[in-house]
Design a protein around this ligand. Structure first.
Ligand code: UT7
Length: 325
């Protein structure tokens, strides 16, 4: 009998109250940083973001999203035998955020590890968990994208600090005799590592290098639109399907202009794209599962439908997964 993995529950966590562009503009003005609601909306489509308060960590947000996903799936945390957390803002250098989530959920014994593929992390984690379930290494997995990117932003750099937000999204993935995940494809081009990075590390009790995110926005933009198109087509073809069979497109939520350009290149109608970047800004590894949860909970994504999930980000990394709900 064929063995597949299938999504049986989704969940989200967003810290505190949303911070509108107007409020962010006011806060930045206090430090002499000039920006505007008009610029942010016109260039990115972002209208608000959630910013974690002091002491709120990726593992806490991951746990909250995981509990919501488990409740949706009707499963207990103790039934989970694999936890994969995609994050670039882990609580610690080690142990992994996944191990901290496992402890907080009181679900010891299964495998737990983090995936570091920046904004592609959730899709990388999903492809990894799918492979582990199909090969019998795991039966029931939590795949979580969780970030507190606000911690690695330079609040004096207006070209990056207005773009990101904090949050977490989670799915429960279980073994099944029918799919589920129909195909997944992952890629990276390490030659492009410098266009988006946080190039600092801990050494001798101090940060060595640069502790904040830096980005060549236009280079990232161009690459993102190109690879989201190609990997989306590659993944749909690998599933033996065609783009017109895709009910919903959920690309990484970085910029509404990237979402629009990707949908246009792929010939997918704008109404079939789940867009959350306006509400959440760019939450890196959390953006795809947050959008999947939103589209599921508001009733747009229906059982049996095909959803194309796409990640792209630092590394440079990209990937996609075609899932039947
Ligand atoms: O999650 C990882 C993936 N990340 C992304 O996908 C991000 C991809 N890149 C982008 O989304 C866009 O490139 C940005 C939104 C980052 C920038 O948009 P852009 O249209 O490429 O703008 P730009 O960088 O060319 O800047 C245009 C102008 C500049 O002024 P001048 O030189 O034309 O006078 C900037 O100084 O906008 C200025 N600017 C701002 N103005 C007001 C940059 N940031 C701001 C700001 N407020 N926050």
């Amino acid at each position: 009998m064929n063995r597949y993995s299938r999504i049986v529950g989704t969940g989200s966590a967003l810290p505190g109250e949303p911070v509108s562009n107007a409020e962010l503009v006011r806060r930045l003005a206090e430090r002499g940083v000039v920006t505007s609601d008009e610029w942010i909306v016109e260039r990115t489509g972002i209208r608000q973001r959630y910013l974690a308060g002091a002491g709120v960590t990726s593992s806490q947000l991951a746990c909250q999203a995981a509990r919501n996903a488990l409740a949706a799936a009707g499963l207990e945390a103790r039934e989970i035998d694999l936890i994969v957390v995609a994050t670039s803002t882990p609580d610690y250098v080690f142990p992994s955020t996944a191990c901290l989530v496992q402890k907080a959920l009181d679900a010891p014994g299964g495998a737990a590890f983090d995936v570091q593929a920046v904004c592609s992390g959730f899709v990388y984690g999903l492809a990894t968990a799918d492979a582990m379930i199909r090969t019998g290494i795991a039966n029931r997995a939590l795949v979580i994208g969780a970030e507190v990117f606000s911690r690695i932003l330079d609040w004096n750099d207006r070209s990056t600090c207005v773009l990101f937000g904090d949050g977490a999204g989670a799915i429960v993935l279980t073994a099944d005799t029918c799919p589920g995940v129909r195909a997944a494809r992952l890629h990276a081009d390490g030659r492009q590592e410098a266009i988006l990075r946080t190039a600092g590390n801990l050494s001798g009790g101090a940060i060595v290098g640069h502790p904040y995110l830096t980005m060549n926005g236009q280079a990232v933009f161009r690459l993102a639109v190109s690879v989201l198109d190609t990997v989306g087509r590659e993944t749909v073809a690998a599933a033996g399907m065609t783009l017109d069979q895709v009910d919903w497109l959920i690309p990484h939520q970085a910029n509404v202009r990237i979402l629009d350009a990707t949908a246009k290149r792929m010939g997918i109608a704008r109404e079939r794209v789940v867009v959350t970047v306006d509400q959440h800004a760019n939450t890196s590894a959390a953006s795809v599962p947050l959008a999947l949860d939103q589209g599921t909970r508001d009733g747009r994504i229906q059982p049996g439908q095909h959803v194309l999930l796409e990640g792209v980000g630092g590394g440079f990394t990209w990937g996609a997964a075609l899932v039947q709900i």
